[in-house]
Design a protein around this ligand. Sequence first.
Ligand SMILES: C[S@@+](CC[C@H](N)C(=O)[O-])C[C@H]1O[C@@H](n2cnc3c(N)ncnc32)[C@H](O)[C@@H]1O
Length: 211
Amino acid sequence: MRSLRRLLKKSSLYPAYKALGHYPDYWYWLLRGKPTRIPHIMKQKTVLRFGRQYELRTLIETGTYYGEMVSGLKNDFARIVSIEFDSGLAAAAKRKFKNSPHIEVLQGSSELMVQQTLATLTEPALFWLDAGYFLWAGEHKTTDRLMTELDSIFRHGIPNHVVLVDDVVSWSGRDGTPEVTELEREIQRKYPERRITVESGLMCLRHAKYL
Ligand SMILES: C[S@@+](CC[C@H](N)C(=O)[O-])C[C@H]1O[C@@H](n2cnc3c(N)ncnc32)[C@H](O)[C@@H]1O
């Protein structure tokens, strides 16, 4: 089964196969009584809910992968920037969204590209930070990259960006991941004006003045 999946992953059909799995994943999640780790459809709904609640017109994603978040929300934001390190995945996503001028796919490492993207912003944005910070193959097991991005966002001239960090529910201090509570403490020590909540396994960071 694993080798079949590995083979499929290399094929051009894999993105379609993944997208087809969204609803079965969702139904299976319902069947299991909605465990904390949510399926992709629920992540899309959560990102959209935050965008609407804070009236944010720009979505910035780190970690494009097969462009599933971008596809799911492409009609809900006026501008979408998605950042991908892997040149093959970035090229495929550029092709996929070539007819959508409001979508930009940037190839490069997220900590640098987030900084570059911030320089282009004139209004608050929603950040979906999902660039395999600890669990991705070959990633350094430190919080440095994520913290560098948060530093850039929180020190930016626009104070009310909203940040969602994916899948912190699986960060338990094992396999090189940080303890979520440790990370919260570190962020809170540096940025006491930010309110941190963990909802459905995602970390949400907002400026206390703009809740
Ligand atoms: C979990 S997937 C992203 C899923 C996607 N955000 C979604 O919601 O469908 C993680 C992605 O992060 C990318 N990635 C890993 N390290 C990165 C880095 N330093 N900068 C940007 N992207 C990176 C991986 O290549 C992979 O495509």
